[in-house]
Design a protein. Structure first.
Length: 138
């Protein structure tokens, strides 16, 4: 699967026009970070992406709520877990999401894209969940 940086940039720009508590930009950023991670990606970046996807997909957090959790976690200096990079990282990419009509349909496609990425990382799900539990976030 080829990830398109220009399509990600276009989707990012689109989400900047979507106001409110939902703040779908956060979900786009998290999904792309997890999909485009490499062995040289800093552990904090992939951990935050996966935590954000978990909170959105499984707990129903809005982008603003995910952003607040990221800020809470970022206050602490720690060694971040190394996450395994699966060969497939979700079937839905920014390119696919951009093909969906703008508005509520595209926003739902953003969530579905995040779900596909989260499911691809199922082998490391517990690490992020444990990290959240240590901070009283369940």
């Amino acid at each position: 699967m080829e990830l398109s940086r220009p399509d990600y940039d276009a989707l990012y720009a689109y989400t900047m026009t979507r106001g409110g508590e939902s703040f779908v930009l956060q979900h786009v950023v998290d999904a792309f970070a997890a999909q485009s991670a490499t062995p040289t990606t800093k552990p904090i970046g992939l951990t935050f992406a996966l935590v954000g996807l978990y909170l959105h997909v499984e707990r129903g957090f809005s982008g603003k709520q995910v952003q607040r959790v990221h800020m809470l976690l970022g206050r602490e200096k720690r060694e971040w877990p190394q996450m395994a990079l699966p060969a497939s990282r979700g079937a839905i990419t920014a390119t696919d999401v951009l093909a969906v009509p703008a508005g509520e349909q595209r926003d739902r496609a953003i969530s579905e894209g995040g779900r596909s990425v989260w499911e691809a990382y199922r082998g490391d799900r517990s690490r992020g969940i444990q990290l959240l539990a240590q901070h009283g976030i369940t």
